[in-house]
Design a protein. Structure first.
Length: 99
């Protein structure tokens, strides 16, 4: 099991996840989380709270990112329980194909 990493590990995972779905920091920003705040988290200058990481993980999932939890952003572990509900999150979700 991985140990918790410092904030620039979180920032690197956040940036990689954001860029993987083609979002800018401004695109990812939402109520209570500014693009300037996201920039500082990605640069390792701020430590995001669990609440902020939950919000950002939800924003990334909504934009089409692979299923992830705030715990993934924090630790880098994909097979981790959700911080909100405690359920184990699947590694991958299959996309529905409408015929």
């Amino acid at each position: 099991m991985a140990t918790h990493t410092h904030s620039n590990g979180v920032g690197a995972r956040l940036r990689a996840s954001r860029e993987a779905v083609g979002l800018t920091q401004r695109d990812l920003a939402c109520e209570g989380v500014s693009n300037a705040y996201i920039s500082r988290v990605e640069a390792g200058l701020r430590t995001a709270s669990v609440d902020v990481l939950v919000t950002l993980a939800a924003q990334l999932r909504a934009a089409g990112a692979e299923p992830m939890s705030a715990l993934y952003l924090l630790t880098g572990e994909h097979d981790s329980p959700c911080l909100v509900c405690g359920r184990q999150e699947p590694q991958r979700r299959r996309k529905r194909v409408n015929h």
